[in-house]
Design a protein around this ligand. Structure first.
Ligand code: SD4
Length: 293
């Protein structure tokens, strides 16, 4: 049987995983499948942390981060702090075809999307605005942290021809400061893929994920011979421990990984749902727990 597969963060990715697996089963490319997967999540209004309906920053502006990477060529494109673009992942993918200027931020990223004809919409839905107003009032009343929960969609795909791709998309942390960028558009932190090995994608506290370049570290461990599960465990748990010991705290991390044989693994330091499908296993939503001490 031709091996293909996809794995993605959170149960919200499930419909996208179903779409991607149909494409991959029909011989679609890894890039098209991962973009379709992420777009499905971005378009769904009721996911509060990705795409349309995503929660805004402290100033009430929805700022999106997204990335796309081709595991054959290592081509990457990314956007950060982009405004009012329905599919930030598609903008990132378009940028991955550029040799120069492939990572764009803020007004420059938004302008690029407009000029390229990407669909522009007001990303602040009435529902997200209401949640923002409620949180603003609560933050004034007490000292609430802007950070609660973590819900970036990040996915890895393996096509039947052996090519791999990865992509991420997020509105980042609810109530983040204007201009704050997380790990999701950063190569090696939020995502990484090498078709000769495998790929990984992250969700969690970007500020801490960046400290360990955890997606790259998982791919490096797989290249050294570890299974995706061993690689994810090694990268995530050893770094979380080191960070705790040397920095004094460690945010939530959850990473998904798949190798170029369609084997997969997940490591997390918090209860975490994910969705996965392979040529020999129908799409399913699973729950991962932190490894026991
Ligand atoms: C970030 N990794 O921007 C993302 C957070 C997340 O809700 O997973 N999002 O740091």
């Amino acid at each position: 049987m031709t091996m293909w597969g996809t794995i993605a963060t959170w149960r919200m990715a499930h419909d996208g995983v179903v779409d991607a697996s149909r494409q991959l089963a029909a011989g679609g490319t890894a890039g098209d499948a991962v973009e379709a997967l992420i777009k499905r999540v971005e378009a769904y209004e009721y996911y509060k942390s990705v795409g349309y309906g995503g929660l805004p920053n402290e100033e009430g502006e929805v700022e999106m981060d997204a990335a796309f990477m081709d595991g054959d060529t290592f081509a990457q494109g990314a956007v950060a702090g982009i405004h009012n673009v329905l599919h930030a992942v598609s903008v990132a993918r378009a940028l991955s075809h550029e040799h120069y200027n492939s990572f764009r931020v803020g007004a420059g990223a938004t302008k690029y999307a407009q000029l390229q004809g990407f669909e522009m919409v007001n990303m602040l839905t009435p529902r997200a605005k209401k949640l923002w107003q409620q949180r603003l009032a609560a933050m004034r009343a007490s000292d609430l942290s802007p950070y609660d929960g973590h819900d970036t969609v990040g996915a890895v795909t393996l096509a039947g021809n052996g090519s791999m791709a990865t992509a991420t998309s997020t509105s980042g942390l609810f109530m983040k400061k204007a201009g704050r960028v997380g790990d999701s558009p950063l190569s090696g932190s939020g995502f990484y893929v090498d078709s000769a090995v495998g790929g990984a994608a992250a969700t969690g506290l970007g500020e801490d994920l960046m400290k360990g370049c955890l997606s790259y570290e998982i791919v490096r461990q797989m290249a050294a011979g570890k299974t995706p599960q061993e690689a994810a465990d090694q990268a995530v748990y050893s770094f979380a421990e080191t960070l705790q010991a040397r920095y004094g705290k460690c945010g939530e991390f959850s990473l998904v990984a798949m190798n170029n044989r369609g084997e997969w693994g997940v490591a997390t330091n918090v209860e975490f749902t994910f969705s996965v499908a392979t040529a020999d296993a129908a799409p399913q939503i699973l729950i991962a727990h932190p490894a026991a001490d």
